[in-house]
Ligand binder design. Structure first.
Ligand SMILES: Cc1cc2nc3c(=O)[nH]c(=O)nc-3n(C[C@H](O)[C@H](O)[C@H](O)COP(=O)(O)O)c2cc1C
Length: 199
């Protein structure tokens, strides 16, 4: 049985454009693979705490997890890593916030990027351990930053996911959403067209 891991990250929850695009992409995949397991996380409702040293050290030494906070952080990281390892498909909804991804998504990345679990250090540098996964990322922008030096979210996600071996990534962009009704409609229409093509 295939597994789909979907992660929405906008603080707007159901009114969110990135979540709606991510939901559409997930629905497409679910309709293509009957019986596919669907793990869905809404990080605005169920946020992942920021990393602190006392929590992070437990990711590498489980014996260091002595306080309830440390044990909870380790358990959460183990769960998130398992979900990611089990996923055949990953769908992310990511609005651009201040030229970057939401900090909730960064926290998720911090909890799943674990040496020995999702990547490993070698003499030639880090090597990803999660190959063979297909990832779709719906990015929404109020402005229009694609192809410019300000499109940091695309570059960052390619690097951060690539570090874990997730290199087969399709980006679905809806740009210009705060640039007037026509630009917003055009941006969403292009994103929906891309989702239809990917289906
Ligand atoms: C806190 C905040 C910061 C934002 N920063 C940017 C930005 O740097 N560039 C941009 O193009 N849009 C920016 N926007 C606009 C959002 O990217 C846009 O509204 C997008 O549709 C939000 O996606 P969502 O509907 O999934 O929440 C920002 C919005 C918020 C709320």
């Amino acid at each position: 049985m295939k597994t789909l891991l979907q992660i929405n990250t906008s603080m707007l929850e159901t009114d969110s454009q990135s979540s709606q695009l991510s939901d559409k992409m997930a629905e497409n995949l679910l309709s293509r693979f009957a019986g596919m397991r669907h793990i869905k996380r809404e990080l605005s409702k169920d946020p992942i705490p920021h990393l602190e040293h006392s929590l992070f050290q437990c990711f590498y030494d489980p014996n260091a997890a002595v306080t309830p906070a440390q044990q909870a952080a380790l358990a959460l990281s183990d769960t998130l890593v398992s979900e990611l390892k089990e996923a055949d498909f990953i769908v992310l909804g990511a609005p651009m916030y201040n030229l970057m991804i939401p900090s909730t998504l960064k926290s998720w990345i911090d909890y799943v990027t674990r040496a020995g679990q999702t990547f490993q250090f070698t003499e030639t540098g880090p090597v990803g351990l999660l190959e063979g996964k297909k990832c779709y990322v719906a990015i929404t922008q109020g402005g229009s930053f694609l192809g410019t030096a300000h499109d940091l979210a695309t570059a960052y996600l390619k690097s951060a996911l690539g570090l874990m071996g997730i290199t087969d990534i399709e980006f679905i962009y809806a740009k210009g959403l705060a640039m007037g009704p026509q630009a917003a409609e055009a941006g969403l229409s292009k994103a929906n067209q891309k989702i239809a093509e990917l289906a």
